[in-house]
Structures are given as structure tokens and as C-alpha cells.
Write a protein that binds this ligand. Structure first.
Ligand code: NDP
Length: 296
């Protein structure tokens, strides 16, 4: 029987722990604060930001939200970040990606105070992650680590294949999988668009993590029996629905399910964990900045 991993349930468990830590902080007169900044007209980005703000409200984290028109100069975004860096009520800053083409993404990431960088994308935090001394683990890969742990999937000594080498998912995921300790110690292969014979790599894997952004590109014929399949992809494809589209992952769910030992669905798999781990990082940021200890 294939286990269909319930990301909502695992996310709820983590969120309950984060909410308890928030209560502890509030009891010490520290209300964790998360600022989201949106500089885009993209509908999906708007949805992601509003889901993050809603999660803050449910947990008791104070949400601050800023919208900057996509045709403003980069300097407008930088000065907003500078203000948020200086604001003691804001412990975490998230600039929703992608930003417009005229805004240099690397400069945005480097502008955020590393202590408030709850996405974990600032070079200082990337360096700490690679060195095995993470301050804020990037939310999606961290959430996947939690999924694997909660599902009882051992990573030690296993062959893991990560499909995708982006800075936000593929690279940090691979870094976590090769670290010493629980959730790591996997022999990890990172694949990308130039990989020769991807199916040969995925067929030899115990764990496949698909983060390519290509709808349903990994199907059952590319997997061996007993694989754990984590589908990160969120792709809008045209469909005869009210919205005119539906969300599908990077994995062809039905054929992959027939081979897999455990598999995440889309939606309801990795997505809820990404938000839960953002809340986790925000509460951790509030603890680090206030000096109030919490057991996260
Ligand atoms: P990017 O577009 O930044 O990176 C995609 C990666 O996949 C690249 O490394 C690319 O290779 C590789 N790739 C593309 N096509 C192929 C192919 N045919 N075969 C092998 N590798 C390929 O995407 P992200 O990492 O930002 O996101 C990936 C997916 O995950 C998207 O669908 C996104 O929406 C989703 N996502 C979901 C989240 C969640 O919470 N569930 C959070 C973040 C993202 P190359 O480097 O050579 O171009």
C-alpha cells in the first residue's frame, strides 16, 4: 500500500508547536513580527503572500505587508528593506520572488539583515547552511526534511536524487541531505536540465525529490518500486475549471503512486510545510533577536 503523505497534517503539527512558542514569546512581551514585501503583479505571488499573512494571523505572529508597484525603481524596494531592517517590531523579512527584471535579485537578498532573513537566502545564511551550522534553513527543503522524518523515511545511507538546482529548493535540499546527522547522510545526486538520462538516475534512487517546475515530467516508468517521491512542483496548467487552470506537480501522480512506497500529492503535500517552516523561522528569529529562549 502506497502512503499518500498528508502535508496538511504534518504542517498542522509543526504549526501547533510554533504557536506554543509564540505564546511563550508573547508572555515575555515579545510579539514575533513578519514583514512581507510584494513587488509584482503576478497572481500566484499575491496568493502566496496572502497565505503567509493568514498563517501569521492564525498563530499570533504580527504581520506587516508592503506592496510596491512593479514599475517602481529598485531603490524603492531597497529603502523599504532598510526601514524594515531598522524596525525592532519586525523580526523576519520576506521579499516575495520573483521581483521584476529591472531589480537585481542578488542585491535584494543581500540587503536584508541576515538575522531577519527568514527565507535563509542571504549569502551569510547560505554559507552557514553549507557549513552545517544553519541559522535559518530555507523553508521548502526544511519542510521536506520534516516530511521525511514524520513519514519515517530514513535518509542515512540512502540514494537521493534531487531534480532541480535552484537556490531556493534544489541546492539547499541537496545540502541538507548530505549533512551529518538525522535527515542527512544520504548519497545525493543533483540533476538539472543538462542531465544526461535523468530516468537512469531516478530509477536508481530510494528518494526522489522533484523540483523542476515542469508539469508531470516524472512518471512511474522513471521510478523503481519502493521509492519515496516528494513532489515540490506547483504548476498551473489549463483546465476546464472555474479558474481556467488546475495545479499539478512535477510528478505524474497516478503512475508514480503505483511504484512508490510513499508520495506527496499536489496540492496538499510540500506546500503546507513551506508556510509552516516560514512561521518556524520567524519565531526563531524573534527568539534570537530578543534573547528569549524557546525550545524549537
Ligand atoms: P527554478 O525554475 O528556479 O529551477 C528549476 C530547476 O529544474 C532548474 O535547476 C532546472 O535546470 C531544472 N529543470 C528544468 N527542467 C528540467 C528537466 N526537464 N529535467 C531536469 N531538470 C530540469 O524552480 P524552483 O526551484 O524555484 O521551483 C521548482 C518548482 O517547485 C516550481 O514548480 C515551483 O513552483 C515549485 N515550488 C514549490 C514550492 C512549495 O512550497 N511547494 C516552493 C518553491 C517552489 P537548470 O538549472 O539547468 O535550468
Amino acid at each position: 500500500m502506497t502512503t499518500i503523505i498528508d502535508g496538511n497534517e504534518i504542517g498542522d503539527q509543526i504549526t501547533a508547536g510554533v504557536a506554543a512558542c509564540t505564546d511563550t514569546l508573547v508572555g515575555e512581551a515579545v510579539t514575533p513580527g513578519l514583514a512581507t514585501v510584494l513587488m509584482s503583479d503576478d497572481g500566484a505571488s499575491e496568493t502566496y503572500v496572502s497565505m503567509k499573512q493568514q498563517a501569521c494571523e492564525e498563530i499570533g505572529i504580527e504581520g506587516f505587508h508592503y506592496e510596491i508597484s512593479a514599475d517602481e525603481p529598485a531603490e524603492t524596494l531597497f529603502s523599504t528593506i532598510d526601514e524594515l531592517n531598522a524596525d525592532p517590531a519586525v523580526h523576519g523579512i520576506l521579499v516575495q520572488m520573483p521581483v521584476p527584471d529591472h531589480v537585481p535579485k542578488r542585491d535584494v537578498l543581500e540587503r536584508i539583515d541576515p538575522m531577519k532573513d527568514v527565507d535563509g537566502f542571504h549569502p551569510e545564511n547560505v554559507g552557514r547552511l553549507v557549513a552545517g551550522n544553519a541559522r535559518y534553513k530555507p523553508c521548502t527543503p526544511h519542510g521536506i526534511q520534516k516530511i521525511l522524518a514524520e513519514t519515517g523515511v530514513e535518509t542515512e545511507g540512502k540514494d537521493a536524487v534531487v531534480v532541480g538546482r535552484s537556490d531556493i529548493v534544489g541546492k539547499p535540499m541537496a545540502n541538507l541531505l548530505i549533512q551529518y546527522g538525522p535527515g542527512g547522510n544520504a548519497t545525493t545526486t543533483v540533476c538539472h536540465s543538462r542531465t544526461d538520462d535523468l530516468a537512469e538516475k531516478t530509477r536508481n534512487a530510494d528518494i526522489v525529490i522533484a523540483a523542476a517546475g515542469v508539469p508531470e515530467m516524472i512518471d512511474g516508468s522513471m521510478l523503481s518500486a519502493g521509492t519515496t517521491v516528494i513532489d515540490v512542483g506547483i504548476n498551473r496548467v489549463d483546465a476546464d475549471t472555474e479558474k481556467g487552470y488546475e495545479l499539478v506537480g512535477d510528478v505524474d501522480f497516478e503512475s508514480a503512486k503505483a511504484k512508490a512506497d510513499a508520495i506527496t500529492p499536489v496540492p496538499g503535500g510540500v506546500g503546507p510545510l513551506t508556510i509552516a517552516m516560514l512561521m518556524y523561522n520567524t519565531v526563531k528569529a524573534a527568539s534570537l533577536q530578543s534573547g528569549v529562549d524557546i525550545s524549537l
